[in-house]
Write a protein that binds this ligand. Structure first.
Ligand code: HEC
Ligand code: HEC
Ligand code: HEC
Ligand code: HEC
Length: 121
């Protein structure tokens, strides 16, 4: 075999692999990032910047550590259930956040618990 023919076969192989690669990539796109990376809460006490991705990735939490309802419901928004004012059975939206967020930070002994370490902006 001439080295020219080797080169032709090699080129053809590269092209075939490239097409196969592109086809696979198009057929199985990576899941769209529906999970928020960061969430900015606007509140009357100042804005809270919450690292959604860092809580999952760096602090190694599971979805249900926060989305405690996921066994029954597919909703991820706390406000779908927790309303502005709560009652004995159902904490208000801000109580739900404060209890959940601050509670875990206190239990773990890490993460902000002072008002102005969450409400920073
Ligand atoms: C440390 C707490 C925490 C963890 C862990 C967590 N989330 Fe969240 N997530 C939140 C909060 C808070 C919101 C904002 C909810 C709101 O605004 O009512 C949110 C919002 C979302 C939203 C957007 C909902 C919308 O319609 O705007 C999705 C989707 C979501 N989370 C998916 C997940 C998935 C999947 C996991 C696990 C891989 C996960 N979350 C883990 C706290 C968390
Ligand atoms: C599908 C409805 C639903 C969604 C969505 C929901 N909750 Fe709740 N939550 C409830 C109900 C009902 C209760 C009261 C009964 C109970 O304690 O489970 C409750 C209770 C709580 C409590 C008090 C009980 C406890 O565990 O200490 C906290 C805190 C809380 N929710 C935080 C959150 C946060 C934060 C989110 C969003 C990340 C959220 N909830 C999303 C329905 C929901
Ligand atoms: C189940 C446990 C848990 C819950 C729930 C939780 N956190 Fe955290 N959070 C952590 C841990 C662990 C750290 C890391 C602390 C460190 O490394 O010093 C942290 C760090 C933080 C930090 C500082 C570092 C950063 O990533 O910005 C902020 C701000 C924060 N959390 C906000 C929130 C808010 C707002 C909520 C509620 C929506 C929340 N957290 C719910 C465990 C939790
Ligand atoms: C771990 C983070 C964190 C800490 C610590 C924290 N907050 Fe918040 N706070 C939040 C989040 C997240 C919300 C957003 C709730 C919402 O969207 O209704 C909020 C909402 C509020 C609101 C708005 C309630 C409303 O209905 O508009 C007030 C007021 C507030 N916080 C005051 C405080 C005070 C005072 C402290 C200290 C005693 C404190 N917060 C500590 C995270 C925190």
């Amino acid at each position: 075999m001439s080295s020219k023919r080797d080169l032709q076969i090699a080129s053809l192989l590269i092209i075939v692999l490239l097409i196969a690669g592109i086809t696979c990539y198009a057929a199985f796109p990576p899941p769209s990032p529906e999970q928020p990376v960061r969430i900015m809460f606007q509140t009357s006490a100042g804005k809270v910047l919450f690292g959604h991705a860092s809580h999952i990735g760096e602090y190694d939490l599971s979805c249900k550590d926060c989305h405690h309802n996921l066994d029954d419901e597919k909703t991820y928004r706390c406000s779908d259930c927790h309303e502005k004012t709560g009652d004995d059975d159902m904490p208000s939206l801000s109580d739900a956040f404060h209890t959940k967020c601050k509670g875990c930070h206190e239990d773990n002994g890490s993460g902000p618990v002072e008002c102005n370490s969450c409400h920073v902006l």
